[in-house]
Design a protein around this ligand. Structure first.
Ligand code: GLA
Length: 497
């Protein structure tokens, strides 16, 4: 029995490495002529009549498994038919055993109820994290001794038909400004996607992974706080894939974001990092902020010298309806000068030449615009700010080009640099004419940006392909889900060709 398992394991290693490459994977099991690379994980398997029978189990994890070469960060459709003939009903699931640096960990992908004698289909869509090896397998929930059968195990990778010969946005716009995008961790891990991204963009920002929620290590901070409540512990495991990739490939990164009311752990503001305890004092919070920013600047400048060229020091602190400071834990704990203090601290620790930005949305609308300008004036007076991040999450017709022009002009008149930091445009319908209109809207806005190219240093779209956008049902970006360029992409290319 042991020998058989070893032999099967060896066979399946061979088949794993002759398997389809990259995201080409489109596999359906074929048990008509053997076990097709599957092996028993503490179970016996036998191919009979196009199905794989699984028996001799003693634990719920005992299962049929198979190695698959999967692309980290890539999306797969996975399905299997399962059947058992012993219990009135049992639960079965598709799971993955993945290995990184020789450590095996597990995830359950989908589970379903399987009634006696009936073939039931389990299916899911799954995006895999970064591992060296993957075994997909089918196990039971409890019922460790249950025998069962599987057939039609199907795995299909997303079809990314990217074209490396497309004109390159970053190159076309290089006389005017950098052209960048926001990227999440899974995209940065996806070897197929990231090569395409680099063919189009020359500056990247983490969609989430440099936000306080990801960077503050709460358990470690709480531990340190026992001795010193101003201490902070940070971690960069989520941001690392993108930072590593950009550093290795000589790309630029914009850091987003140090101080924000959102995506920041509540515990950051409390004594001992314990939300059950009161807020810390202003002094302790400012000392925490000082430590937090210092640690980020130390880590990034030591690990990736020269990589991060600019930072959003603060994000969205102005209230939409009043134009005054938004009430948040920052105003409650530090007070109304927290933005000024954040800039002061960042300037103290940021490597020389790092550009510091304030970033916000709905810039062209009053009373927000006046509120933003008043804040910028205060920051300019303190001499710590370099520029303003104009987010630009826009609709098809609003804000008007005139309103955008007016707002850009007011910021540019103050001598500040501008980053169009989070551009995306929602479509109002799902048809060809809507995508043509979207292209027109991108073009009209870009014309405006080009007319401010003395002040604008970068334009970033907030994402690359529609399916991974935060507004995926509004198809707001330049590429579709298979990374094919949309009319909006060509309108931007034609504008500068
Ligand atoms: C804001 C933030 C970004 C991001 C987007 C939505 O604009 O600045 O970090 O969260 O919302 O994805």
């Amino acid at each position: 029995m042991r020998k058989t398992i070893c032999l099967l394991l060896a066979l399946c290693f061979i088949s794993a490495f002759t398997w389809a490459e990259g995201n080409e994977l489109d596999y359906t099991s074929d048990f008509t002529d053997g076990t097709d690379g599957w092996f028993g994980r503490g179970a016996q398997i036998e191919a009979i009549d196009g199905a794989l029978l699984v028996s001799g189990r003693t634990s719920s994890w005992n299962s049929p498994g198979r190695y698959f070469e999967l692309v980290p960060g890539s999306k797969y459709e996975i399905s299997v038919d399962v059947m058992q003939d012993s219990l009135d009903s049992a639960e079965l699931m598709i799971s993955v055993a993945h290995t990184k640096d020789r450590r095996e960990t597990y995830e359950n992908l989908v589970r379903g109820k399987v009634v006696k004698g009936e073939w039931i289909s389990l299916n899911c869509t799954y995006t895999f994290g970064d591992f060296d090896q993957y075994i997909l397998y089918v196990e039971t929930v409890g019922n460790g001794e249950l025998s069962f059968a599987i057939r039609n195990f199907h795995v299909k990778g997303e079809a990314l038909s990217y074209d490396m010969t497309l004109p390159r946005l970053a190159e076309k716009y290089s006389p005017y400004f950098d052209f960048g995008c926001a990227v999440t961790q899974l995209e940065a891990l996806n070897t197929v996607r990231r090569d395409f991204y680099v063919s189009q963009f020359n500056i990247f920002t983490c969609g989430n992974e440099l936000k306080p929620d990801y960077v503050i290590d709460l358990p470690a901070s709480a531990e340190k706080a026992k001795a010193d409540d101003t201490a902070v512990a940070v971690k960069f495991d989520s941001a690392k894939p993108m930072l590593d990739y950009c550093f290795t490939h000589g790309l630029k990164v914009h850091g987003h974001v140090l101080v924000w009311h959102s995506q920041t752990p509540e515990a950051f503001f409390h004594e001992g990092y314990d939300t059950a305890k009161p807020f810390v004092s202003r002094e302790v919070m400012l000392a925490r902020l000082d430590n937090y920013i210092r640690l980020i600047m130390e880590y990034t400048s030591e690990t990736y010298p020269g990589l991060i060229v600019s930072w959003d020091v603060a994000n969205e602190v102005i209230d939409d309806s009043t134009g005054k400071l938004r009430v948040s834990n920052w105003t409650r704990v530090v007070g109304d000068d927290f933005v000024e203090r954040a800039f002061e601290i960042t300037r103290k620790y940021a490597p020389e030449g790092t550009l510091l930005f304030y970033n916000d949305y709905s810039t062209p609308y009053e009373p927000k615009l006046s509120g933003i300008l008043a804040l910028l004036d205060r920051l300019i007076a303190e001499g710590k700010i370099d520029g303003y991040g104009f987010q630009c999450h826009y609709e098809m017709t609003t804000p008007s080009i005139t309103a955008v022009h007016n707002a850009l002009q007011k910021v540019a008149d103050r001598g500040l640099l501008i980053r169009i930091s989070e551009l995306d445009i929602k479509v109002s319908a799902l048809n060809d004419s809507a995508f043509t209109m979207q292209a027109g809207r991108y073009e009209a806005l870009m014309k405006e940006f080009l007319s401010f190219s003395d002040s604008i240093i970068a334009v970033h779209t907030w994402g690359v392909s529609d399916d991974l956008s935060w507004l995926s049902n509004k198809y707001p970006l330049l590429f579709d889900k298979s990374l094919s360029p949309k009319p909006a992409f060509y309108s931007l290319i034609d504008l500068v060709s």
